[in-house]
Design a protein around this ligand. Sequence first.
Ligand SMILES: Cc1cc2nc3c(=O)[nH]c(=O)nc-3n(C[C@H](O)[C@H](O)[C@H](O)COP(=O)(O)OP(=O)(O)OC[C@H]3O[C@@H](n4cnc5c(N)ncnc54)[C@H](O)[C@@H]3O)c2cc1C
Length: 393
Amino acid sequence: MNITKFSYCFGCGVCVATCPKNLISIKMDPNGFYKPFLNNVDLCVNCEICIGVCSFNSLTTAIDNEPILSWAAWSNNDNIHRKCSSGGIGFEIGKQLIEKGYKAVGCRYNVEEQRAEHFIATTVEEYVQSIGSKYIQSYTEEALRQIDRKQKYLVTGTPCQIDSFRRMIRKFNCEDNFILLDFFCHCVPSMYAWKAYIKMLEPQIGEVTYASWRNKFEFGWHDSWLMGVDGEKTSKPVDWHDSYNLIVRGKKTFIQSRKSQGDLFYKLFLGDLCLGPQCQNDCKFKYDKSSADIRIGDLWGQTYDKDEKGVSALIAFTAKGENVIKSLKNVTLIEHPFEVVAEGQMRKNATKKEMSPVIMYLLRHNYRLDGMLFRVTFFAQRVLSKIKSLIKK
Ligand SMILES: Cc1cc2nc3c(=O)[nH]c(=O)nc-3n(C[C@H](O)[C@H](O)[C@H](O)COP(=O)(O)OP(=O)(O)OC[C@H]3O[C@@H](n4cnc5c(N)ncnc54)[C@H](O)[C@@H]3O)c2cc1C
């Protein structure tokens, strides 16, 4: 028996890093989700290590921890605070651990492959690429293969990625070397949603050279769902050294302002119109369930509803996580009960919408996202949702 026994999983890639025969790789399935595949079934020795570390092989989380302490938090560096998705606390944790000798495994956008991917940063300058949420599934194979379990790392990821990772480091008795960080996670959409979105933009901007999913500069944090996408026709490729100088060191550099309309991508993502089964059936990590040491998120909710710079929700799930948080410098931490910090977060799975199969069909067959068929389908979904809510009343 091996990892392919699952008809679906999240494609977190942890199984790849554990296979003693190096037989597993991550590829995209016909619905646009990363999945593990076995390169040569005949060489599989059925050791079942891949299954043992897979979060989707278990009904419970890898650890059964409760939130210990929770805070509203933000970076005191104004550039970091404004550039990151919420309060920039995710970046501060990575930055400060790198300064203490850790390596940080985070997620960046790869413009050659047009995908989000995990990477290992050994310097703060490299880690700048992790800034910002990429609301698509991250490809992890190469980064996870490179991790040396004898060294010290911060690993960031979706809750299910982190849950599998926790199982792996337990299995190999190297938990002490790792600090695990996840976030409140809505879900991830099919990669075809992202591909359809950039395909729609490319005639105007050329091949995408930069993508940012959140932008507080225009309308503030509460209304920061503004995609910033640049292409070869509209700007030069990003120089990450300039970004580091500007964001971390506060050196003035000219950075072009980018803006484009993200509503169609967010319609698919936040409208739950192209979820994978792993998000809509099996997510066991909502609200206060996590296998990480630390969880971050946006602190939506009443307490900070006037704040437009962005406030991170920050939760310690383990004593190790609490120590890391308490050792942070140059950040603001305000302790609150968990219910305040998690206000507005989902308590259960995102649910599949009636028109999802049609949307998935259109995405699989490369229909234009701004074309008539998508418009009719979005409209039909709006009508169905309205009828459903009237019946509920
Ligand atoms: C798919 C997804 C769904 C989310 N859903 C919610 C939600 O429902 N509620 C909520 O409050 N917050 C959610 N978040 C988290 C939120 O958007 C911010 O990332 C979080 O508030 C941290 O922001 P920050 O300002 O501390 O730092 P940032 O620097 O903006 O932190 C981003 C961190 O997330 C990591 N990351 C970014 N994209 C991915 C990815 N695709 N896969 C794995 N890791 C990634 C980066 O490595 C970085 O460490 C989600 C994030 C993602 C990627």
